[in-house]
Design a protein around this ligand. Structure first.
Ligand code: NCD
Ligand code: ZN
Length: 346
């Protein structure tokens, strides 16, 4: 196959940042994707309805006029989140989900939740009104090995929460382990998972073998090869519980290439090309549409996009910039370490 047409995809987990960075990175998403769930971990975070409305306006102002793109907003849960404010944001259609960051789990998560009991009234309200909870599924305690944090989170936080509130709809975001895949696959209802592009491509060797490569460092951190294989199987299975959330997370190079570098891979530029490559390798090009364009909207109760995009496999490799310049500084583009031939046609 050298050409595929699919419904226009959506990105169910995206960091657009703000200011100059927002202006520079947004067009790479909005030229291919119709919608994206926008992560609220700004500084300061998007915690109230009014913050989400203002951020949404800034995104729309930064969007190229000719791109049709709808940002799906989220609120960042804190121990002080007011369930009434959250319900209001949901009722007016402003937010599509609320995001749980365990405090300290990742970039700008220090205002997140430390004590799950304190957030119970919010989770209860979300279950009642049918607002999905997007979860960064890692524990943060220093006695848990970083490679085990997802599995321990499932056992000690997520499963007890779901047992207590079975009606709560939970998206386990950026699943990185076989444990996560198996947990989702075994669930009967109200659980789904997003998978990033880069976790289908790299394992932890990319970060650590033969030199330390900060541009492959993200959170949750990439795991060993057997986990990557489990993710590939899930993503290409067609199973409606798995869908794309790129977690494209730009940081300027000086903040990545230093003694304590930030977590995040910037993939929005070449995500669709990388995915077509992966799905072709897995003999599953016919399931790319389910992963990128159908399963996500179905989970969030939205209609799939009516528009189509066409991707072609070129005879010559397709070149992407290795880095982009933004008003905030240079940002390195995710390098999949294979030649790319697939391209979204203009
Ligand atoms: C994200 C960021 O930089 O905001 N980083 C990342 O490695 N994915 C935060 C996150 O989603 O964990
Ligand atoms: Zn993220």
């Amino acid at each position: 196959m050298t050409e595929i047409t699919l419904r226009r995809p959506d990105d169910w987990h995206l960091h657009l940042r703000d200011g100059e960075m927002l202006k520079a990175v947004l067009p790479y998403t909005s030229r291919h994707f119709a919608r994206a769930i926008i992560m609220p971990n700004l500084v300061p975070p998007v915690v109230k309805t009014a913050d989400a409305r203002a951020y949404r306006d800034r995104i729309m102002a930064a969007k190229p006029e000719h791109h049709h793109f709808e940002p799906l907003m989220t609120l960042y849960l804190t121990e002080g989140t007011d369930p009434n404010d959250l319900e209001e944001a949901h009722r007016t259609g402003l937010v599509t989900a609320a995001k749980l960051y365990p405090a300290g789990a990742t970039t700008n998560s220090h205002s997140g939740v430390r004590d799950m009991d304190k957030a119970m009234p919010v989770f209860e309200r979300m279950a009642k009104i049918g607002l999905p909870l997007c979860v960064h599924g890692e524990v943060t305690s220093s006695d848990v090995d970083i490679f085990d944090r997802e599995a321990v989170f499932i056992e000690t936080v997520l499963d007890p929460l779901r047992a207590r509130l079975p009606e709560l709809k939970v998206t386990m975001e950026h699943v990185t382990t076989k444990d996560g895949v198996d947990y989702i696959a075994a669930s009967k209802a109200n659980l789904a998972g997003s998978i990033t592009t880069h976790h289908l491509i790299i394992n932890r060797n990319a970060i650590l073998a033969g030199g330390i490569r900060p541009h492959y460092y993200c959170l949750p951190v990439a795991k060993r090869e057997s986990h990557r294989q489990a993710l590939r199987k899930a993503a290409t299975s067609g199973d409606a519980r798995f869908f794309l959330g790129t977690d494209s997370a730009p940081h300027v190079d000086p903040l990545k290439e230093c003694a304590c570098g930030c977590a995040g891979c910037f993939t929005s530029i070449n995500t669709m090309s990388c995915l077509a490559h992966v799905f072709e390798q897995e003999n599953a090009l016919d399931r790319l549409e389910a992963f990128a364009s159908l399963n996500g909207p179905a989970w969030y109760g939205l209609a799939p996009n009516e528009e189509r995009i066409t991707m072609v496999k070129r005879a010559e490799k397709v070149e992407f910039p290795t880095r982009i310049e933004t008003g905030a500084g240079p940002v390195t583009v995710f390098d999949p370490m294979f030649d790319i031939y697939w391209e979204v046609t203009p």
